[in-house]
Design a protein around this ligand. Structure first.
Ligand code: HEM
Length: 457
């Protein structure tokens, strides 16, 4: 659409500092409610910052604006710069914080292992990790859903990154990564990522002190693994660390230890907690809604007993269930921030350099005009029509779109198919499960618990 004159973004009038701080806290503790309240007040595209404040902070969820953002030339935004909040966790050199040509190069390197044949070769690994994680389940076994899904997805990403041989660092790394993430597993824990003044090392028992010590342990394990690979190179390895170590930049230089560490941490974090939360939500909806469950079971039962992972991953209703799961409560409620580099216009709004753009995935997925009855879990909507990448964007978009989207969906489908084919499950808690903040993501609360009520095979 062409706008003859610049449009003005709606947003809060001048507000005292204490009130703004309260909104900040509300966003931490009730992110979805806060987004909805602002959306009701200001519409699809709005500013959060004060009217006179530069740089501005702007949320966009109209398909028109999202299309303009995701199709903009990479040099119009600085994306890594908007992700400073992640720097403490991921370091300076991971793909999320890279810019320009270095970012493109790293994407080209990392995309292939998460797609096509390389991705499909993980099918049986995912199935055997799921079997191992549920091996002890019998009728009456009760379990907290998200932690089990996290144990599965963490093992999957560890094997993709480091290869199939479980070395001596594998188990300590698994445990330390889980402990670190659990530190940010509540809105309270997340405050330490958002508020720099809380980032104080008051010893091993203080939240930030604990984080720093765990990070040190993770770094030591990763650097030891890198050193070991340098001493004992093995050209036959096809895991992601081997790929990263073999890569050369435009000047023919390999990645240094620190760069390797930052990339490994990025992949380990980005690649498992998101998938675990999505799996937990999917299982919740399937067990909660009998109609969804019976349609899914009918689809799985119609499969040949020897169906391979790729055939399972192509089941249309299973695909629709995963898509609807990621629509209703997208794990990342917004894509990574983009920072405007030069004056530009998005959907008729004139934006100054420095403006921080938040593409709001949650609000885009709840537009009633696109998704009638947006609060209802209805996988059929994905069988009835196709959505554009600016209406449906659980993995973000443009040149920062998630590199693990195909891998995550593949993993979700295989784990769900296996759990449903083997176990009859019931919810232990009859009250609705609400989304709660986990670091930068939103996940089902830990009240989501289930019990095995029957064995199917
Ligand atoms: C259900 C699971 C997942 C969800 C919902 C998810 C979501 C996202 C989102 C919203 C972004 C930001 C995109 C943007 O700003 O436009 C992102 C980026 C990213 N994701 Fe995922 N993700 C998932 C799984 C994975 C997996 C399995 C990996 C594997 C390693 C992964 C690796 C990454 C990386 C490396 C980036 C940064 C890409 C870049 O900066 O170029 N994610 N993801």
């Amino acid at each position: 659409m062409v706008y003859p004159t610049p449009r003005l973004l709606n947003g809060p009038a001048k507000t005292p500092l204490w009130k703004r701080r309260l909104w900040g806290l509300r966003f931490l503790f009730q992110p979805l409610e806060t987004l909805e309240a602002r959306h009701r007040a200001y519409g699809d595209d709005y500013r959060v910052s004060q009217p006179d404040r530069t740089p501005a902070l702007v949320y966009f969820s109209s398909p028109e604006a999202l299309e303009a953002i995701f199709t903009a030339k990479p040099d119009q935004f600085s994306a890594g710069g908007g992700n400073q909040i992640l720097r403490e966790l991921l370091g300076d050199h991971g793909i999320v914080l890279l810019e320009g040509a270095a970012h493109q190069r790293q994407r080209q390197l990392l995309m292939p292992p998460f797609h096509g044949d390389r991705m499909r070769s993980y099918g049986q690994v995912i199935q055997s990790i799921t079997a191992q994680a549920t091996r002890s389940w019998t009728v009456g076994t009760a379990f907290a859903v998200r932690p089990v899904m996290q144990a599965i997805s963490l093992q999957v990403i560890l094997q993709a990154v480091f290869g199939l041989e479980n070395g001596p660092r594998y188990e300590p790394l698994r445990q330390t990564l889980s402990q670190m993430l659990d530190g940010f597993g509540s809105p309270f824990g997340t405050m330490f990522l958002f508020y720099r003044f809380l980032q104080q090392d008051w010893g091993a028992w203080s939240p930030w002190g604990r984080f720093l010590r765990l990070r040190q342990q993770i770094d030591a394990l990763l650097y030891a693994e890198i050193a070991n690979r340098r001493v004992h190179p093995d050209a036959a390895r096809t895991d992601i660390l081997a790929l990263l170590m073999a890569a050369r930049d435009s000047e023919g230089q390999p990645m240094g230890d620190e760069e390797l560490r930052d990339e490994l941490v990025t992949l380990l974090f980005a690649g498992h907690e998101t998938t675990a939360s999505a799996l937990a939500w999917a299982l919740y909806w399937i067990v909660l809604l009998p109609d969804v469950r019976s349609k899914l079971l009918a689809e799985l039962e119609a499969l040949d007993a020897q169906a391979d992972p790729v055939t399972i991953s192509r089941l249309p209703y299973l695909q629709a269930v995963c898509q609807e799961t990621l629509r209703l409560y997208p794990i990342a409620i917004s894509a990574f921030p983009r920072v405007v580099k030069q004056p530009m216009s998005i959907a008729g709004y004139a934006l100054e350099p420095g403006t921080v753009i938040m593409p709001s995935i949650y609000l885009a997925h709840h537009r009633a005009a696109v998704y009638p009855e947006p609060k209802q879990f209805r996988p059929e909507r994905f069988l009835e029509r196709q959505y554009s990448p600016y209406e449906y964007l659980p993995f973000g978009g443009g040149d920062r779109r998630c590199i693990g989207s195909a891998f995550a969906l593949f993993e979700m489908k295989l784990v769900l198919a296996q759990l449903l084919s083997q176990f009859e499950l019931t919810l232990l808690n009859q009250q609705p499960i609400r989304p709660t903040r986990r670091g930068l993501t939103v996940a089902p609360s830990d009240r989501l618990r289930m019990k095995v009520t029957g064995m199917r095979c």
